[in-house]
Design a protein around this ligand. Structure first.
Ligand SMILES: Cc1ncc(COP(=O)(O)O)c(C=O)c1O
Length: 309
């Protein structure tokens, strides 16, 4: 958070409030049990004003996350979509990271969350490059985590809940302590799952490979979905299949895909150089197409951008 973030308004249950008024009690359910549903959405500066990427799909996923936990976001979907646009307008932002989140509030401390109200907030941050300024061009150094992602039927990986990110924190802390920017976790069967906050793509012999949503305990990211559609447009084959860890070590290219990380090349994995240790040519083409859509240089044929004004 920076000083500008702190000047911004936060949307809270239908009203705009000051940053420092968005407070909860320490005895709220969410504080103790991670009971929250959230999204991370990017709004980009474009030649036609600010535009939000995959807005409707992010809000759909927010509602799906709540539903998996027998919960309802207490507002209609259209209201939340509108609120995400309004928060950009009211805070006069050109680009932003938008964080809608629904938290289980104050009532009882038992594990059962149902008696605790679900309050919805939307905050905006001025968030630059998630994995560092140079990351998109130079790539990042990544390790395979000693922590696994969840096994199916433990934590639902399709739900983006606060509690899930305790596992992500372990992956991230371990990676940083060992001097890497990010960690890639394996699933419980030892196949590649995902980064602490990104999906993974491997390029080998001109083809792309990524773990499938079923079995590999990934959050099926919207950036992942965009990469797959961009590859289809560019004529690159993408195979969604369980991937052995060692494919990382013999990959021509690896990249991470996520709203925060965007499309970030991996230049080394477990201290082995990937390809030439630079952003690979296929990664570059996919990344370029992605940013060309945002810069309105190519047609947004998929309807991914929602203009705020
Ligand atoms: C664990 C995890 N996997 C994947 C992703 C990528 O998802 P998206 O591209 O929708 O941001 C994220 C980011 O939200 C994440 O937290």
């Amino acid at each position: 958070m920076n000083q500008n973030d702190e000047k911004s308004k936060i949307w809270y249950n239908g009203k705009f409030i000051d940053w420092w008024d968005a407070k909860i009690h320490v005895m709220c359910h969410v504080v103790h049990y991670g009971s929250s549903f959230f999204e991370g959405i990017r709004c980009y500066k474009t030649p036609k004003g600010p535009a939000i990427l995959r807005l409707e799909d992010h809000i759909k996923r927010l509602f799906d996350s709540a539903r998996i936990y027998y919960s309802d976001i207490p507002f209609p979907r259209e209201t939340v979509v509108e609120a995400c646009k309004e928060i950009i307008r009211i805070n006069k932002m050109e680009s932003a990271y938008i964080r809608p989140f629904a938290v289980r509030g104050y009532n009882t401390l038992g594990v059962d969350p149902m008696k605790c109200p679900l309050d919805l907030y939307i905050a905006v941050l001025d968030w630059g490059r998630y994995l560092g300024e140079e990351a998109l061009e130079q790539g990042v150094d990544v390790c395979v985590s000693s922590w696994n992602r969840f096994s199916p039927n433990t934590m639902p990986s399709l739900a983006k809940t606060g509690g899930n990110y305790i596992n992500s924190q372990l992956i991230k802390i371990e990676a940083m302590k060992r001097g890497f920017s990010e960690g890639i976790a394996l699933d419980v069967n030892g196949f590649i799952s995902e980064g602490s906050g990104e999906n993974v793509f491997i390029v080998r012999d001109g083809k792309l490979f990524t773990p499938p949503p079923y079995g590999s305990s990934i959050l099926p990211g919207l950036t992942r979905d965009m990469v797959i559609k961009i590859c289809d447009t560019l004529g690159f084959e993408v195979v969604e299949t369980p991937l052995q860890r060692e494919l990382l070590y013999i990959a021509d290219e690896i990249f991470l895909a996520g709203t925060a990380a965007e499309i970030t090349p991996v230049r080394s994995i477990d201290s082995l150089v990937v390809g030439k240790g630079l952003r690979g040519p296929i990664t570059e083409k996919v990344q370029k197409y992605f940013f060309d859509i945002i810069d309105l240089k190519v047609k947004d044929k998929f309807g991914w951008l929602t203009f705020v004004k």
